[in-house]
Design a protein around this ligand. Structure first.
Ligand code: ATP
Ligand code: MG
Length: 197
């Protein structure tokens, strides 16, 4: 390709992109779903939260499932003046094997989520691993859809989890799928501090 052809191609590409940018004029809160079997959903959510915090805006995290250890992200963000971090689950479902206890924990987490979804002082809410609540029928999806739809106009919501309920996908603005092409675990690497938690 000659330099001239390249220049022409880039100019027309720029025109197409500029036209798309000119069309996207709305500013409002978005619902982002991060799903799939690969590694990177929760860490992407917390990375995006760091962006919002960098702009001096208040955020909250609700973790619907609690792991066994204090995570690096919790240790990093918990004392940040603009972050409220709530760990609501009491353990992995396959470890506790107590359905009534799981349902009670899910409902308590949802009550809090519902409050935050009415509070426009929060620029961003992260509902980490919320999708499992629907998968195991611990929460009904309809009231969640209703509360998310009625939230303050400029509030962003990010939900993570391997599978997502269809009604949430219908109202989402952005859905990203993290695929599992390779994972170090299958090569015999254990869960490591700073990578997995
Ligand atoms: P991360 O928190 O690292 O962004 P995630 O939120 O996408 O990961 P989860 O489904 O929440 O992943 O799983 C929690 C932990 O399990 C992660 O720390 C991750 O490294 C590990 N994990 C994720 N996907 C896989 C996989 N396909 N095989 C083995 N372990 C995995
Ligand atoms: Mg996760």
């Amino acid at each position: 390709m000659t330099d001239n052809t390249h220049k022409k191609q880039m100019a027309s590409k720029k025109a197409v992109i500029d036209a798309r940018i000119a069309k996207a004029t709305e500013e409002r809160g978005v619902l982002i779903l991060l799903k799939g079997n690969g590694k990177g959903k929760s860490s992407s959510a917390f990375g995006t939260m760091a962006r919002t915090l960098g702009h001096g805006k208040k955020c909250a995290v609700i973790q619907f499932i609690k792991g066994r250890v204090e995570t690096g992200e919790y240790k990093f963000f918990k004392d940040h003046p603009l972050v409220d971090w709530h760990i609501m689950g009491h353990g992995f479902t396959w470890e506790t094997q107590d359905k009534q206890q799981d349902i009670a924990a899910a409902q308590k987490a949802w009550q809090l989520a519902e409050q935050l979804l009415q509070d426009d002082s929060y620029a961003m809410l992260v509902f980490d691993e919320m999708s499992y609540m629907f998968k195991y029928d611990y929460l009904q999806v309809a009231p969640v859809v209703k509360a998310i739809t009625a939230r303050p106009k400029h509030q962003h919501v990010i939900i993570t989890g391997r599978t997502m309920a269809l009604p949430l996908q219908e109202i989402a603005d952005t859905i990203s799928v993290v695929n599992d092409e390779k994972h170090a675990f299958r090569l015999g690497v254990k869960a490591q501090a700073g990578i997995e938690f």
